[in-house]
Design a protein around this ligand. Structure first.
Ligand code: TRP
Length: 335
């Protein structure tokens, strides 16, 4: 049986934080070590343009995200690790898929609908500030996925609809032209923690409540000290299930350490002490990778060569697939 092909993209907006690490990076790197799977991970820098944050932020984020995955030990001889924009067949396929994707399907995309709704709520024109990039975002994402015949797409819940759209577009193309595409399925892992941020809501750049992954030690400690707690005094029992400190602890600790901390909460551990232990736990897991991260950030040539190596391997797949697609739709040499 052919190996399962796992593929996921990371939009290059922002600096990786603990939530990204626990929810996506750590499980992806672990999966890439599974020899029954073929892994494809890529930096979705064309997707980043949709957010319109400007060239410097895209450049910086691309570098930081690449350095992060490499520092955490992604084995790039095994997994394919590349930059979307290094694969010219992706925008090429995007156009062909655009010609096969129903506009009505795109009208139903959550992200687009939310943008329209926000405009209506603000009394604006429904299309205010909505670009074609935002509207056709799911088509670019479909091209990312279908290009490599991936079957399993690990994503957060907010992306399930996009994977379903890719599947829909693939089915339609296969029906109209030729059986070129594998139908992808979203893989949502309910065991992976959705980490809480400083204010107790989901850790997310849009809430400005994140703890960046590779902060220097002192700053990491400071951030952890900023996690919101209640006013219970040392000695007063605390509810672990209502605490961000405990929730983050559980995402980094093994079962025995989690049980120990649960008991400490019930016995009234002081918030300062719980946070001190949390800092030590996280720091111990991240410190070795942080050293490599700092080295990589000083050695962009190395990051670049890793990405180019990935792109070269990825293009063996993408150029072959694109040849099939072109042929299927009637774009070929005149014979
Ligand atoms: N849209 C995804 C996100 O914002 C990133 C992404 C782009 C992606 N292309 C993809 C994820 C292909 C999975 C497969 O999280």
């Amino acid at each position: 049986m052919a190996k399962q092909r796992v593929l996921t993209g990371i939009t290059t907006t922002g600096t990786p934080h603990l939530g990204n690490y626990v929810g996506a990076i750590r499980p992806s790197i672990a999966a890439s070590q599974d020899s029954t799977l073929d892994s494809f991970f890529f930096l979705a820098d064309y997707h980043a343009l949709i957010k319109g944050q400007g060239p410097e932020l895209v450049r910086q984020s691309t570098k930081e995200i690449a350095a992060t995955w490499l520092a955490l030990g992604l084995d790039t001889d095994h997994a394919l690790f590349y930059r979307q924009s290094d694969i010219p067949e992706i925008p090429e396929l995007t156009w062909v898929l655009n010609c096969n994707a129903a506009k009505g399907l795109m009208n139903r995309a959550h992200a687009y609908k939310a943008a329209v709704q926000a405009n209506e709520d603000a009394g604006e024109d429904p299309d205010f500030a909505i670009t074609m990039g935002l509207f056709s975002y799911p088509v670019l994402m479909a091209a990312d996925i279908l290009m490599f015949n991936a079957n399993s797409i690990p994503v957060g819940r907010d992306q399930i609809q996009h994977v379903e759209m890719a599947r829909d577009i693939a089915g339609r193309f296969n029906h109209n032209f030729a059986e070129v595409f594998t139908l992808p399925v979203a893989a949502v892992d309910d065991n992976v923690a959705v980490l809480q941020g400083l204010d107790g809501r989901k850790m997310s750049k849009s809430y400005n409540n994140t703890i960046p992954l590779f902060l220097p030690e002192k700053k990491l400690r400071k951030h952890i000290n900023k996690i919101k707690t209640n006013l219970l005094e040392p000695g007063e029992p605390k509810d672990p299930d209502d605490s961000t400190v405990f929730q983050v602890w559980a995402a980094f600790a093994d079962a025995a350490e989690t049980a120990r901390m649960r008991k400490a909460f019930e016995e009234g551990i002081a918030w300062g002490e719980a946070k001190k232990q949390l800092f030590e736990l996280i720091d111990a897991e991240l410190a070795p990778a942080r050293v490599r991260y700092d080295e990589l950030m000083e050695d962009p040539g190395h990051i670049e060569s890793e990405l180019l190596k990935g792109a070269e391997r990825a293009r063996e797949h993408s150029s072959a697939l694109m040849a099939k697609v072109r042929d299927a739709v009637g774009i070929s040499r005149i014979r």
